[in-house]
Design a protein around this ligand. Structure first.
Ligand SMILES: [Zn+2]
Length: 162
């Protein structure tokens, strides 16, 4: 896909392009899924009925996981969070919009009772640390299974029965 210059201004159409840029089923996302699987979590992917269509959803723990590229999502203080030298005003606008959208989606999810976990792509470089962090999902405030309600469809992705 040609990376034609786009103007700041950007709306729904552009948002969809951003989703494409961000990618689905990226290698980092697959890696995180694999880790969660090893840790025994059950999850669903890309729930489109939730704000931001989270990459990974753990219904039992009422937790969503986003796997964020450091560059696009502006990991604070990260060395991969670089800014291209050319057209810097354009990039800054784009980055700001990404960050605002992330914040808005996460606010909406939290307001709906979800715990939001963001895994930064660079964290995959220290897998032990990341594994320890993922292991804490659901450790505090876990609801009894029969209180876990799942809004949304009953598609057969995940068996939540113990
Ligand atoms: Zn990072």
């Amino acid at each position: 896909m040609a990376d034609e210059p786009v103007e700041p201004g950007i709306s729904l159409q552009r948002s969809r392009n951003m989703a494409a840029i961000r990618g689905r089923d990226t290698a980092p996302e697959r890696r995180v899924r694999s880790l969660l699987h090893q840790l025994g979590y059950r999850f669903r992917l890309h729930r489109r009925d939730l704000p931001g269509s989270p990459d990974i959803v753990l219904p039992r723990h009422h937790t969503v996981v986003f796997v964020h590229g450091c560059f696009w999502h502006r990991h604070p203080g990260c060395r991969y969070t670089t800014t291209p030298r050319t057209r810097s005003a354009f990039w800054e606008t784009k980055f700001r919009q990404n960050m605002e959208r992330d914040a808005r989606q996460q606010d909406e999810l939290r307001a709906a009772g979800w715990t939001v976990v963001v895994v930064w792509e660079c964290e995959l470089r220290e897998i032990n640390v990341l594994t320890a962090r993922l292991r804490t999902i659901g450790r505090c405030g876990t609801l009894p299974d029969d209180e876990v309600t799942e809004s949304g469809t009953g598609s057969s992705g995940v068996n939540t029965v113990p």
